[in-house]
Design a protein around this ligand. Structure first.
Ligand code: NI
Length: 179
């Protein structure tokens, strides 16, 4: 289908709450999701939210077997989720490096809930519900934030830990792939 341009931090579509998908939207979803997959794979991302390609609807995709941007992350199943919702399980929190295709070249140290349950709808209109933790939980929180106009730097507590990949990780062997 089509690789679409990825909007970057500052674009107004990334700053607003995306609207819920309704029954009338559904006919257009397969084409939208295909464009999102093509765009995410070309950018070697682990997730993408519809607003990142300029569509202000509550649709996210994510998942990978292995990813050169996050070489140490455990695999996450390839998932399409419509109108996702999540809630934390417990109050455990963990911090880790995070990047975003809409904030190219940078990484930040971001606190996230450690474990959560999430739900929503698949592209074939089946309910989806999972309990997850670790990197999978981090990806869900990051992608759902996009649907509410939030980018990861807005979740950081210490902006001194926001920086360019090459500066944060001077040793090329330790460096996640650049955007
Ligand atoms: Ni992102």
């Amino acid at each position: 289908m089509a690789v679409r341009p990825i909007l970057r931090m500052g674009h107004p579509v990334l700053r607003v709450r995306a609207r819920e998908v309704t029954a009338e939207d559904w006919v257009d979803l397969p084409a939208l999701v295909q464009d999102m997959k093509d765009t995410m794979h070309q950018a070697r991302g682990v997730g993408l939210a519809a607003p990142q390609i300029g569509v202000s609807l509550r649709v996210v995709i994510f998942g990978f077997e292995t990813n050169e941007r996050y070489p140490d992350a455990e695999a996450v199943p390839e998932t399409v989720i419509i109108n996702p919702q999540w809630g934390a399980l417990g109050d455990g929190e963990e911090e880790d490096w995070e990047g975003c295709l809409s904030v190219p070249g940078l990484r930040g140290w971001v606190p996230r809930s450690k474990a959560l349950e999430y739900s929503g709808w698949t592209l074939d209109r089946r309910p989806l519900e999972r309990k997850v933790e670790g990197f999978h939980a981090r990806v869900i929180q990051h992608e759902c934030d996009h649907l509410d106009g939030i980018l990861y730097p807005m979740r950081m507590r210490d902006l001194s830990r926001l920086g360019f990949v090459e500066e944060l990780f001077p040793d090329p062997d330790q460096r996640p792939a650049d955007d």
